[in-house]
Design a protein around this ligand. Sequence first.
Ligand code: AMP
Length: 771
Amino acid sequence: MKKSIGIDLGTTNSAAAIKKVRVEVLKNAEGDFITPSCVTVRKRLIRKPEFIVGRHALEWLRQEPENTITAVKRLIGRNFHDPEVQELIKNGRFRCPLSPYSSGSQNSLAIAAGGREFSPEEISAQILIKIKADAERILGDEVETAVITVPAYFNDKQKHATRTAAALAGLKVSRLLSEPTAAAISFGVDQISSDEGKTVLVFDFGGGTLDLSLLAISGGQIIEMAKGGDMWLGGEDIDNLIISHALRETAAKEGMDDVRLRALLGRLEPSQRNRLLAELKTAAEKAKIALSDSPEACIAVLGLLTDEDGDPIHIEAELSQEQLEEMLAPLLTTMLRLLRNLLAEAYFSPDLIDHVLLVGGSSRIPCVIKTLRQEFGADKVLLHERPMLAVAEGAAILSHRLADTLECPSCGGETSQHNANCPHCQFNLATYTTKHGLVDIVHAAAHDYFIRLENDQRFLLVKKNSVLPCSSTEIFQLVDAEQELVHMQFYNVVNNKEERIGDLWLGIDRDSTTAPQTEELPRLAVTLNIDENNLVSVQAALVGQLKGKVEGTLSRGKADERLFLRLEQIINEADRKGCSTYTVADLLCRAKGIIRALHKVVDAQTGEVDGAACRRVEEKINKAVRISEAEEAPLTQIYYAESMLADYGMLIAPALQERILRKIQQLRETDEEGSYEETMQAMDELSNVLENPGLEVVHALTQIENACEICHQTEPDKAKRFMRAAAEVLASAEAGEELRFEQVLAVMPEVEEVLDQHGRSIQKIHRDIRK
Ligand code: AMP
């Protein structure tokens, strides 16, 4: 039977668990419950690079820090220019070089390791691949689906990237579950009955982060009310404090000052220094963990350092619980401040909290527990037996609930979710799941979701904490009756900061607009859907029209985002410098073709990029840039020639019609496939054919028609006069008489003036919406 598991994909450590009759945490291939979230990429000469994941990768971290990636969760779903990523680079916290992805947008992110570029998703996928394989080994069965946990503060992009990582690892994600909710489930506090609602604070203190979440729980429903904490405060900071302590003590023992000792460290060969620092870190962490159970511990790294004369310096220090508590005093103050801030923001005081759930390895530290007990009252603070595994256990419980098939809690036999009774032992499953199950975890929107309107205003589409899944549809207006492009930009507000979460472009084919002509501006219905995992998809459609419709998940740092950004730049640039009517018409037509092609570049499920399609779009964009810079307009010319043939074909000799059609076809093909130069050449050739003396009358008529269209709103009398002149020629043509175009000749100077003015007038490229 294919299995469903729960996975805690952590910053420092990951773990997997399964619920059968009871919850079991799964041991990995090394026999550990915990797999360090660490990946080493080893370059190989012929074959693809090799990935080493987990404890062995931590060992490689000493030898090849530049090819070993830790804490990839800090990067997943982020842009290169995110302040957090820049901070990581500045602080040297990331040892592998980070850069924008060469085939993604300027904003995307690549990690260089083992001589190649990887996206954070690809590295995360390696962790999941190991977890899946290890789970399959121990379960003796295929693991098909998983509930994967993500921090409560993850935005849509980060969640989507996590999902992509799972897809790359061959895992179906039955739910992305917020970590604090998973923790609450593992404590069993979700089973509080509906008439006794409880407020629970989840205090998750791990290796790299402190995550605080306030949950309201009643009748199996869990609502995340507020979140806080510090993304940069965790067990590793404590390890660093202990390392500094050990160095200080050693320096004092050796009768030297700190600075000199650090200078001796600095003189070591890089490989030796890495080894020493890694051993020191291991020793510091061991001492810290030991101090959670015993009053004293020691840190010792022997024989790896010498002084200027080559005499050995042993790094040795003792540390007591009291000393550690003293060392951690500033950290405990910060922790309390973060807690009080969170409660104040949610208008709660400590006495209104029913339980404080402690999860994450660092929540084991005695002075942390003591501080929380003082703040909330000892009886409220609940410790988890396995704080580092609580989140994985919660995920496993939900995974079990969501699986189509599950094992009967009574006999262990296979049964379906939908059975009221177990087919093997007749156990009453329905009552059991209602009583014990997470019948209804309420997922709520993690953030407010906005769309941008004209003049850079924002419109709220979905409010934070709306129950998920949810869908919100709003009707907007285009800003211009003739508008052919709509650029929708969506935003989140995360931690009071606005984040652009993605864009959706819609190209409107004027020819395909079937709506009756009215004075009103066209209306656009925009729908934002958020599923249980807080994943966002958007749809937009012109109201009352079948054709003007687009949908998509939002662009997410892949090649398509980069190309959409370039499209945005071209349009902004054309708007900034002000282009004439014909150039704009050409650019709009081109932009719509690019948008259509771009919507097909990335696979919405796996995020895979169709490289060839991507290059084709890139070429189209490069061409659009040159054409609009040169103020050329081949597509406008095609449009002109085609409408001339359609409207006045009967006045053109068949052989000439043939030639024009051939040249149109040639220009269309070169515009699609050929280079810029070839396109210009084809455009010249069409122009040459159109200059045929036999087309003079037809040009005049086409121009009159165009001029009428331009001035029929503003100067109806003029338009009528133009029409009468054209009618005279057409009447004579229809009667088979010699063409009479005296009137045409009379109006032509005026017609040319109208066209000239229109052609030279600067067009704004509308792409906004308004409410
Ligand atoms: P987590 O992110 O929940 O996996 O927690 C990992 C962090 O918890 C690491 O910094 C560990 O050193 C730390 N840790 C694990 N066990 C203990 C313990 N008993 N006492 C103190 N810290 C611990």
